[in-house]
Ligand binder design. Sequence first.
Ligand SMILES: Cc1cc2nc3c(=O)[nH]c(=O)nc-3n(C[C@H](O)[C@H](O)[C@H](O)COP(=O)(O)O)c2cc1C
Length: 227
Amino acid sequence: MDTKAMYKLSYGLFVCTAVQDQKMNGCIINTAIQVASDPNRISIAVNKANLTHDMVKETGLCNISVLSQDATFGLFKHFGFQTGRTIDKFSPDLLDPLSKELAQKAAVDSSTIYALAANNIPYITLGTNAYFSLKVEQLLDLGSHTLFICEPTAMEVLSDVPSCTYAYYQDNIKSKPQPVDPASVPKGETVWKCRVCGYEYVGEQLPDDFICPICKHGKDDFEQIIR
Ligand SMILES: Cc1cc2nc3c(=O)[nH]c(=O)nc-3n(C[C@H](O)[C@H](O)[C@H](O)COP(=O)(O)O)c2cc1C
């Protein structure tokens, strides 16, 4: 089986946001799709390790903001490389610099990165071109992920900038690999380091289908370090 075929699947990219006990949080997902038209249904698959997963499961509500080509790598890092279990992703201290970066790239005056939808859940207003408010109708336990099948209760177009596909993100937004400093590598182990986020996997062989647990990039983004 040639697992590289998995890379031929195409995806969009989204920020999935939720609110529980007045805490706002969100994460990047690439798994939002329309799965039925009558009635209109949208599914999202969220990893059980993510805080956003638990919030959507427990409240039955979320918003998804569709990322557009004016999104910055900072936006992906903010929502996709760190967990709301340890930081407040909606704290002004973290969001203010990100808002400025996004407004600059989009060449707009506004530096407001989110707004509240009618369901009182934030959606992202910079680096995005639409949002949907979703109500969970069914859920399916898929092992690593839960598949949420949802009814859209609101939706709005935010800009005409084209949507950011996973391929566009890989080719144009994702940071370029940084060479590892050999002096920083201790002896005795084989380590595979993710060039995107720095995650280290220890082991002689990195499995072909390995996906970085932090930033979800594949084996091709790992560099082998012999220690
Ligand atoms: C490009 C990209 C795509 C991602 N796609 C998904 C996805 O489809 N489902 C998912 O659960 N996590 C996905 N992630 C990972 C989460 O965004 C990430 O684990 C996040 O830190 C979870 O945050 P949370 O714990 O605050 O919810 C993706 C990350 C990136 C950078």
